[in-house]
Design a protein around this ligand. Structure first.
Ligand SMILES: Nc1ncnc2c1ncn2[C@@H]1O[C@H](COP(=O)(O)OP(=O)(O)OP(=O)(O)O)[C@@H](O)[C@H]1O
Ligand SMILES: [Mg+2]
Length: 457
C-alpha cells in the first residue's frame, strides 16, 4: 500500500499511481465553522496531523481539495488558497475535481477497488467500469461536486461528510437490490474509515445522457404552451413505484397519535417563526394553523399512517426524463443536505415527497409564465400558470394512485399540512434570499389558507 506522501510533494507526469489518489483525498478539509461557502484559505491549519479524510469524516463535513506546490494557470479558477500552518502548510489548495488529471485518477481508483490508507474504494458486484473516459466537471448549480466521465458515468463527491452511509448511496443500493429500475444503480463508491462508521465520500452511477431534468422539461413545455399532464401522470407513477420499492427494501413503521402531535407542533413552531420574520405571512397564520389542527384532530381520534424511507427532497429537478421514451428516473436521495444524517434517514409518510413535488409545479408555473410576463413576481398570481399547476397536480396524483392504488388527495388533511409546511419554509427562504420570488409561495399560502383547501388539497 502506498504511504501517504507529503501534501506538497512535487507531482510527476505519467501513469496514475495510487499515491496521487491518496494525495487528492488527503486534502479533504474539516467543516467550515462559519457555515456554507468556500472554506477560508487557512482552514487546513485546524486539522490534526494524520489522514485528513478520516479526520474530516469524524468531524462531520469536508471539502474535496487537492494540494500541490504550484498550480498551472488553467486551474486558477479552482484555487482556494495556501495554508500557513497544519499538515498542508505551504501547499496550494484547489478544487480537486476541477483538475482533469485528478478526476481521471479518481475514476481509475474506482475501477480497481481496494483500500488506501483510511479510504475504501468499492464497486458493485459485476460492474465493469470503462477506462480512459474523459472527465468534465458538471456545470449545473449543485451543493455537491459532480464529474461526468465520457457521458458514461457521473461521480458525485459529497461536500458534507458525516460518519455513516450517505442516504444517496444507501437508498440507491436498496432500490437496485429490490429490482427497481427508476434509479441509476450505484456502480462504485468510496468512503473514509474514521472512529465511527465509514463516511461515504463519493458515488459513481451511470450517466443518463439522453435525459432532460424535469424542471427544464416543464419550463420547455410551458414555453411552448405544450401539454404537461401526461408527463406529470407518468412522474406520479414513477414516484409511487419508488415508494413501493422503498417500503419493500427498507424498514417501515407506523406513526400514531404521539408522533402526529409532535409533528403538528413542530409545523406550528415553524409557522410562528416564519410569520415572525415575514410580515406578509401574518394574515394567514390563523387559517394555516387550522390545517395543522385538522391533522392533529385526526391524530387525537386514533388515526395512524404508514411511515417509511422516502426521497426527502423531491422536486422536478430530482427527476430525469428520457428524451427517447419519456420514462422518468429519480435521482439524489441524500435528502436535505443541511439536515443531520439521522433526520435524513428518518421514516416518514410518503406524502412529504408528494407535497414537495406539488410545490415544484407551482414554481415551474410561475417561472415558466414569468419568462413571458417579467419574472416570477408578476406571474405567481395570474390565472394561466395557476391552472397549469392545478392540472399538473391532478395528473401527478392520479398517476401516483394508478401505480399504487393510493391517491394522495384521499387524505386531504395530511397533504394540506405537509404542503403548508413546505410553503411556509419557502416563504422564509425567499424572504431571506430572493425577495422577488416571495409571491410564488405566498400565492400557495393564500390557496392553502382558503376554505377550498380543506376539501381539495
Ligand atoms: N445519473 C445521472 N444522469 C444524468 N444526469 C445526472 C445524473 N445524476 C445527476 N445528474 C445531473 O446532475 C445534477 C446534479 O445532481 P444531483 O442533484 O445528484 O447533485 P446535488 O449536488 O445533490 O444537487 P443539489 O444541490 O440539488 O442537491 C442533476 O440536476 C442532473 O441534472
Ligand atoms: Mg442533493
Amino acid at each position: 500500500m502506498a504511504k501517504p506522501s507529503s501534501a506538497s510533494r512535487a507531482r510527476r507526469p505519467g501513469a496514475p499511481e495510487p499515491a496521487d489518489c491518496y494525495q487528492l483525498l488527503l486534502g479533504v478539509l474539516p467543516p467550515n465553522p462559519h457555515g456554507a461557502g468556500p472554506p477560508p484559505a487557512n482552514r487546513a491549519a485546524r486539522t490534526e496531523p494524520g489522514p485528513a479524510a478520516a479526520h474530516a469524516a469524524a468531524n462531520g463535513a469536508g471539502e474535496p481539495v487537492v494540494a500541490r506546490e504550484a498550480a498551472p494557470p488553467r486551474l486558477a479558477h479552482a484555487l482556494i488558497g495556501r495554508p500557513a500552518t497544519g499538515p498542508l502548510a505551504g501547499a496550494l489548495l484547489y478544487e480537486a475535481l476541477a483538475d482533469p488529471r485528478q478526476a481521471a485518477l479518481l475514476l481509475e481508483r474506482l475501477r480497481l477497488p481496494g483500500t488506501l490508507g483510511p479510504l475504501r474504494f468499492r464497486r458493485a458486484p459485476g460492474a465493469a467500469i470503462e477506462a480512459d473516459l474523459t472527465p468534465r466537471p458538471l456545470a449545473a448549480e449543485q451543493s455537491n461536486s459532480s464529474v461526468v466521465y465520457g457521458d458514461a458515468y457521473i461521480l458525485k463527491v459529497f461536500r458534507r461528510i458525516a460518519p455513516g452511509i450517505n442516504p444517496d448511496l444507501e437508498v440507491a443500493l436498496a432500490l437496485t437490490r429490490t429490482g427497481c429500475r427508476r434509479v441509476p444503480p450505484p456502480t462504485a463508491w468510496f468512503e473514509a474509515a474514521g472512529a465511527g462508521a465509514p463516511a461515504t465520500l463519493g458515488l459513481l452511477q451511470p450517466y443518463l445522457a439522453d435525459c432532460a431534468d424535469g424542471w427544464q422539461y416543464a419550463l420547455d413545455q410551458l414555453a411552448r404552451g405544450a401539454d404537461f399532464t401526461a408527463a406529470a401522470h407518468a412522474l406520479g407513477q414513477a414516484t409511487a413505484e419508488v415508494h413501493l420499492a422503498l417500503a419493500r427494501s427498507l424498514p417501515t413503521a407506523e406513526i400514531g397519535p404521539p408522533q402526529i402531535e409532535h409533528l403538528t407542533a413542530a409545523m406550528s413552531r415553524r409557522l410562528d417563526a416564519a410569520a415572525g420574520a415575514v410580515p406578509a405571512l401574518r394574515p394567514f397564520r390563523r387559517a394555516l394553523r387550522g390545517a395543522y389542527a385538522d391533522l392533529a384532530a385526526l391524530g387525537d381520534s386514533g388515526r395512524a399512517w404508514p411511515a417509511q424511507r422516502i426521497h426527502g427532497d423531491l422536486h422536478l429537478g430530482q427527476a430525469l426524463r428520457s428524451t427517447r421514451d419519456g420514462r422518468w428516473s429519480l435521482i439524489d436521495f441524500e435528502g436535505e443536505p443541511a439536515s443531520p444524517l439521522a433526520e435524513r434517514r428518518r421514516l416518514q409518510p410518503v406524502v412529504r415527497d408528494i407535497a414537495g413535488m406539488l410545490r415544484s409545479f407551482d414554481y415551474a408555473a410561475a417561472v415558466g409564465a414569468g419568462g413571458a410576463h417579467g419574472g416570477p413576481q408578476s406571474a405567481a398570481g395570474s390565472r394561466e400558470p395557476r391552472e397549469w399547476a392545478r392540472r399538473s397536480r391532478a395528473a401527478y396524483c392520479a398517476g401516483y394512485a394508478a401505480a399504487c392504488g393510493h391517491d394522495p388527495r384521499a387524505e386531504p388533511e395530511l397533504l394540506r399540512a405537509y404542503e403548508t409546511d413546505k410553503a411556509v419554509y419557502e416563504v422564509l427562504y425567499e424572504a431571506r434570499h430572493r425577495p422577488d420570488w416571495l409571491p410564488v409561495p405566498l400565492s400557495a399560502i393564500r390557496r392553502l389558507a382558503g376554505p377550498a383547501a380543506r376539501d381539495t388539497a
